[in-house]
Design a protein around this ligand. Structure first.
Ligand code: FES
Length: 203
């Protein structure tokens, strides 16, 4: 006669092992970074022709502003050719040039020119991200779940605007405190009934 629990052990050992894979994980877990707009940096920190390296959201990115217009582009930082960091490269008009072999890429992640040949391998391309500049800040749209993105694709909603911040100018705000809310350290008497606070509306 079987020992108590023997069936249980047998049944258990015959169970199929769960198959773990990235695909299974993507199908069953929410993405670590949800879909949405993510702030990259202040507009002022990226002048025309400037390139920056950033990590957001969990991705290594190269962000640049074109030389002749105010367009901003964002794509994965590592070159789709042999993986050099594009942030070490330079901006040529609206393209980013890789510091390693000098290939140039447009803001949609496609190879646009190579310095030693006329034929451009168009199949070499990488992702790129929709970018918007709002209220003096640069945002990119990130789709969670590993979907490959392309600049210019339709996004579910634009960056939300805050009407009170439509202009990027400095404004003075006044903060009114009730009597006795503040007291000087050197005196037990209330020092003021109101305080003016300078606020940089541009953030
Ligand atoms: S690694 Fe970028 S062009 Fe070769």
């Amino acid at each position: 006669m079987d020992q108590p629990g023997a069936n249980y052990l047998t049944r258990r050992s015959k169970r199929p092992e769960p198959q773990y894979s990235d695909d299974l994980r993507l199908a069953n877990y929410p993405p670590p970074y949800p879909d949405g707009w993510y702030r990259l940096l202040r507009s002022k920190s990226l002048r025309r022709g400037q390139v920056r390296y950033l990590e957001c959201p969990g991705r290594a990115l190269v962000v640049w502003r074109s030389e002749d217009a105010d367009e901003v582009f964002a794509m994965p930082a590592f070159c789709p050719h042999l993986g050099a960091n594009l942030a070490g490269g330079r901006v040529c008009k609206d393209r980013i040039e890789c510091p390693f072999h000098g290939w140039q890429f447009t803001g949609d992640g496609r190879a646009a020119s190579i310095p030693y040949g006329d034929i451009v391998p168009t199949r070499i391309a990488t992702e790129s991200f929709p970018v918007e500049e709002v209220h003096g800040q640069i945002f990119m749209y990130h789709r969670g779940g590993g979907a490959r993105q392309q600049a210019g694709e339709e996004v579910p909603y634009p960056v939300p605007r805050i009407p009170a911040r439509q202009s990027n100018t400095r404004r003075a705000w006044t903060l009114t405190l009730p009597v006795g809310a503040t007291a000087c350290r050197s005196s037990s008497r209330p020092c003021s009934t109101s305080a003016a606070v300078a606020w940089n509306a541009a953030g």
